[in-house]
Design a binder for this molecule. Structure first.
Ligand code: TRP
Length: 326
């Protein structure tokens, strides 16, 4: 059996990049009977940037509903909110005491986020990767499916596990990241040199999972393309590669097949085909999402926290025992 753990921050509506780059991978891993999956809504991480309380509360439920609507089955996988299992914070503190300032200063996400938000470079933002390590190590996680940008954080979790084990004896499983080659980086529709991001200046950068099909279609039709007219990817076609990648992941057709299908046709036809595929996906997703009530998802989270807590408490008791606290 492999234990799988991953999480997403409840900061906003998720977008197509979050799905194709990370959560789609989770769904595939969760479908394999040999895997035991835990998917967390990492609300404590979200607090490292100021959140309007009512919006945060709503977003926690929305992200959990999104997991279900994208195909995670709470009867098979554990779904919970990080703050409901306080052992995450406890282990986070212990790991803080073995994490080095220097290694945290090297985290590219910390550097990026502190450059973007100079007025709120808080201690939590600095310790963010350590809390993430705690999330992972608390559950004897073997595999952590994440987008490419989180690889460095998973490396830190590995280093902290090895360091702790060396100091106190075998305690933590050393995790590995799983990064899917295709779709690991879905790029912005208005700028294919950067990752699709909900914090982009223009909403034309991303397709939110909550966009109406009409809005999504407009964004696709406006998406930048490369010079040339042929629907054929290549090293000098970053925009087309990105659109072909999205199309391929949503439809299941290979990029080669898509290139064949659109041979002799222009970007307009291609984008229309892609917009049809996105529409099909969004309608299906939103129908499922809207069918889940707040009460229903709260129940899923409470049950999930109960399951997660059992594992977390056992691990924390072991850690306390190893380090010599009561
Ligand atoms: N830092 C991750 C992100 O922003 C979210 C996260 C927090 C996470 N804890 C985790 C991902 C543990 C995987 C495992 O995407």
């Amino acid at each position: 059996m492999s234990r799988i753990f991953s999480g997403v921050q409840p900061t906003n509506n998720l977008h197509l990049g979050n799905y194709l780059g990370a959560i789609k991978n989770w769904v595939e891993l969760a479908a394999q009977p040999k895997n035991d999956c835990i998917f967390c809504v990492v609300d404590l991480h979200a607090l490292t940037v100021y959140q309007e309380p009512e919006i945060l509360r709503a977003n926690i439920l929305a992200v959990a509903k999104t997991y279900l609507a994208l195909g995670i089955d709470p009867a098979k996988s554990t779904i919970f909110a990080q703050s409901q299992v306080k052992e995450h914070v406890q282990l986070g503190w212990v790991l803080n005491t073995i994490a080095k300032m220097g290694e945290l200063e090297r985290m590219t996400q910390f550097k990026d986020k502190s450059a973007q938000n100079k007025n709120n470079i808080n201690l939590g933002l600095f310790a963010y990767p350590v809390l993430m390590a705690a999330d992972i190590l608390l559950y004897d996680t073997n595999l952590v499916p994440v987008g490419e940008d989180q690889k460095q954080h998973v490396e830190l979790a590995r280093d902290l596990a090895l360091r702790f084990n060396k100091l106190y004896g075998e305690t933590f499983v050393v995790p590995e990241s799983v990064i899917k080659k295709d779709g690991a980086r879905v790029m912005g529709l208005d700028d294919p040199s950067k990752k699709m991001s909900k914090s982009a200046v223009s909403a034309n950068n991303y397709i939110s999972l909550m966009d109406t099909p009409a809005v999504a279609r407009k964004k696709i039709m406006k998406a930048v393309t490369d010079s040339g007219a042929e629907v054929k990817g290549g090293a000098d076609k970053p925009a087309l590669n990105n659109l072909l990648g999205i199309y391929s992941l949503l439809s299941g057709a290979s990029v080669k097949d898509l290139e064949k299908q659109y041979a002799g046709k222009g970007y307009g036809d291609f984008k229309t085909g892609l917009a049809d595929e996105v529409e099909k996906f969004l309608v299906n997703f939103q129908n499922k999402f809207n069918a889940i009530s707040d009460k229903g998802i709260e129940k899923v989270l409470t049950e999930g926290a109960g399951k997660a807590r059992q594992l977390a408490v056992a691990k924390i008791n072991l850690v306390k025992n190893k380090i010599g606290i009561l």
